[in-house]
Write a protein that binds this ligand. Structure first.
Ligand code: BTN
Length: 267
């Protein structure tokens, strides 16, 4: 049986209908169940199908998270989707693209639902300190060239229960009512349409500044765990490659991947 929230199922017809003919995505693929929308997107690219596309699934059997983790999402409740895009960005900006995408997502959700979202390096969105969204950007090498990008987004929309060790939340837990996933999806895709147009350095800088303004760790003491390695220092900024710049006892160090814990909230 389908969901009891009476939310409209995310069929290709329903999704294409709500996006409308002017949406930048040329192809829509919708699955009731798939291994991973990112994996499916990469298969399409491998077959030479590199036009912009949206791949959405009600359930993923092998949803992928960052750092080799799994992404769990309750069937019919949330948004789990991937976009295939070929962004024309200035050289050196690709590293901060995830942050720019996170900012667009936060802004789309915030405008649509009037709730405040924060960013967390590198690719999370938080509500009241709890994770509501994760982004996984992947690319495939095609000979010498990097392929189109796959932007995978997992957004907790109407799920109400989460394992306690996840420290996660959903949009409907925050608004107190069910959220229409189709309308929200179309708002998000609309807000990400800049990925389909040439992007200039000032646009990237502006989005990065907005991302930083939403991020509550700068100037505070944080701990970053990368595999076995733990680094503590004051969060200072973001490098051109999207890496996090830390002041560790007066020496600048950069981390490219890891999990951040804020140790001290007051500046
Ligand atoms: C993270 O926070 O670790 C990133 C999670 C990204 C999950 C999304 S769900 C849709 C897309 N398909 C996947 O397999 N993963 C991403």
């Amino acid at each position: 049986m389908h969901n009891e929230t009476a939310d409209v199922p995310l069929t290709a017809e329903a999704v294409s209908g709500v996006l409308g003919p002017s949406a930048f995505v040329r192809n829509v693929f919708a699955f009731d169940s798939v291994d991973s929308t990112n994996a499916y997107a990469k298969t399409l690219i491998g077959q030479g199908k590199t036009d912009s596309a949206l791949i959405v699934a009600e359930k993923q059997t092998q949803g992928r998270g960052r750092l080799g983790r799994q992404w769990h999402s309750e069937r019919w409740k949330n948004l789990t989707f991937s976009l295939i895009v070929k962004p024309e960005v200035p050289a050196g900006s690709i590293g901060v693209l995830t942050l720019c995408v996170a900012e667009s997502l936060a802004s789309a959700v915030q405008t649509h639902l009037q709730i405040s979202l924060k960013t967390k390096w590198p690719n999370d969105l938080l509500i009241d300190g709890k994770k509501v969204c994760g982004i996984l950007m992947e690319s495939v090498m095609m000979g010498e060239k990097v392929s189109p990008l796959v932007i995978g987004i997992g957004l907790n929309v109407n799920q109400r229960n989460f394992p306690s060790d996840l420290d996660a939340t959903s949009l409907s837990l925050s608004t107190g009512k069910p959220v229409d996933r189709l309308t929200l999806l179309s708002e998000i895709v609309r807000k990400l349409a800049w990925l389909d147009r040439p992007v200039f350095a000032p646009d990237v800088e502006k989005k990065l500044e907005q991302w930083k303004a939403r991020c509550e760790m700068f100037g505070t003491m944080i701990r970053v765990q990368t595999g076995e390695k733990i680094l503590s220092g004051i969060a200072r900024g973001i490098g051109e490659d999207g890496g996090l710049v830390l002041d560790v006892n007066g020496t600048e160090q950069k981390v490219l991947a890891g999990d951040v814990t804020v140790l001290e909230v007051d500046k």
